[in-house]
Write a protein that binds this ligand. Structure first.
Ligand code: TYD
Ligand code: MG
Length: 452
């Protein structure tokens, strides 16, 4: 029987085939198929302490076993801190601040937990130490290494025995046993799997940095998501100061958490009160803008929605959204046309969430609807008003979850009036003394309420 066969793997799209082609049948890339070996030798012997154990005999408390960085935004996104021996992938576009964040984490942790090894495969020691200087990272227990050979990296890990290793970035790391270029799918995958092994065996938490490019040209962190324990993405507009850290996958906590930072001359700073930064500093109410309260993970956020409507000269009027879901907006426009009998079919409509922050929660439906109405009727919504609620196809304004926490957030920021779903209002109108709570059960009543 054959125990070794060959197959071919496309380095661009991960397509597998048993036959070689000059051009990948799946993605059309030229010369991208590389031969791979499947060898299925089972020659392992099991040591006694490697044997599978009954789960009842294993007692670990996940809360005790975490390295807390003290950077609250980061710890929360991770679900309480870094779990020893875990693999954390931080993805993001080049220049967004991944290396900066990693160095800051190292500085925060080193005094508490001991040695940290920062392996930079793409920058020289001089470049990293210049950045470290800027960030006042100067502990003698943070070790720097500029290396991209996987074998050498592993040897250093064995020698230095750090508690945390930072690999910056995985796309440059090269395993000489794998016959493809650094950054290709095969390389990135096999290097990560090898590092994973070391992480679990030697209890070294690893922070792996991966670049994503807008066109996805290089093998990005996407293909690693199923290998690692936690996937974080650092995002934000490069020319704006805000950076959002999002957890996409977390084996040790909830996902959908969001951490907000601001890039300053001394590195990333936590933003303690994100609602404030997401509200523009208007001093007068302007038609077309309204504030809503949404949830990002476990945290309420006040976000401003802007709408602009203008006469269209196109056969198909333009509908553009930034930060909010396009289809959801189309649905809200249809409900407004149908239930309020207003003409929108000859209007271009643009909807923005302030700061471009992505919101996917239906609780902002009412906010979007009010922003559109406010723009089209030139009706300015007072600055001290927040609006939230989910919109049904019949025009019904449905209850939203976590209403009490939304109202509390509104109150804390200093809002005075809230327009919320009828059912939610019944529950909470007495609880918040300093908030004037108006309720509605159907979108048909919104104009009366806005004009009051
Ligand atoms: P960097 O961490 O190098 O990004 P990445 O590793 O994701 O490629 O940071 C990139 C940008 O951050 C760079 O353009 C300069 C800016 N920056 C600051 O504004 N302040 C700082 O203290 C540092 C270190 C960087
Ligand atoms: Mg970097």
């Amino acid at each position: 029987m054959k125990n070794s066969t060959k197959y071919y793997l496309c380095q661009k799209c991960n397509f597998e085939t048993s036959q070689w082609f000059g051009r990948c049948p799946n993605c059309g890339a030229w010369n991208s198929l590389l031969s791979q070996d499947i060898s299925n030798k089972i020659s392992a012997k099991i040591q006694k302490d490697e044997l599978a154990k009954p789960i009842s005999k294993l007692k670990f408390n996940i809360n005790e076993l975490r390295y807390q960085t003290g950077i609250v935004e980061f710890d929360r996104v991770l679900g309480g801190g870094i779990v020893p021996g875990s693999l954390i992938l931080i993805g993001g576009e080049p220049g967004i601040g991944k290396s900066t964040l990693a160095l800051q984490i190292a500085q925060q942790l080193v005094d508490k937990i001991g040695k940290i090894l920062y392996i930079s495969a793409e920058e020289s020691i001089r470049q990293i130490s210049l950045r470290a200087d800027r960030l006042s990272v100067n502990s003698e227990h943070i070790y720097l290494l500029s290396e991209n050979g996987l074998e050498k990296i592993i040897a250093q890990l064995k020698e230095i025995k750090p508690k945390i290793a930072i690999i910056d970035s995985i796309q440059i790391v090269n395993d000489s046993n794998t016959p493809s270029a650094p950054g290709s799918i095969t390389q990135v995958k096999s290097c990560t799997s090898r590092l994973m092994e070391i992480a679990k065996k030697d209890d070294i938490a690893m922070i792996i940095i991966g670049h994503v490019t807008k066109d996805g040209g290089i093998a990005g962190p996407k293909i690693l998501e199923h290998i690692v324990d936690t996937v974080l993405y650092l995002e934000g507009e490069r020319f704006q100061a805000y950076r959002l850290l999002r957890s996409i996958k977390n084996r040790f906590g909830t996902t959908n958490e969001l951490g907000i930072f601001q890039m300053e001359s001394v590195g990333l700073k936590e933003v303690a009160n994100p609602s404030k930064i997401l509200l523009s500093s208007r001093s007068e109410p302007i038609p077309g803008t309204v504030t809503t309260i949404t949830f990002e993970g476990s945290r309420p956020l006040a976000v401003e929605i802007e709408a602009l409507t203008s006469s269209s000269y196109l056969n198909f009027p333009r509908r553009l959204t930034t930060g909010v879901d396009y289809n959801r907006v189309s649905l809200i426009i249809a409900v407004l046309e149908n239930k309020l009998k207003i003409q929108l079919q000859n209007k271009d409509i643009y909807i923005n969430s302030a700061g471009g922050i992505k919101i996917s929660e239906p609780a902002i439906d009412l906010g979007i609807a009010v922003a559109i109405l406010s723009s089209i009727k030139s009706l300015a919504i007072p600055l001290d008003t927040v609006v939230f609620g989910e919109l049904g196809l019949t025009g019904e304004v449905r209850t939203v979850s976590l209403c009490e926490r939304r109202l509390r957030e509104a109150k804390n920021i200093g809002f005075k009036k809230c327009i919320i779903p009828l059912e939610n209002g019944k529950q909470f109108s007495k609880k918040f003394e300093h908030l004037e709570i108006k309720t509605l059960g159907n979108i048909g009543d919104i104009l009366t309420i806005l004009k009051e």
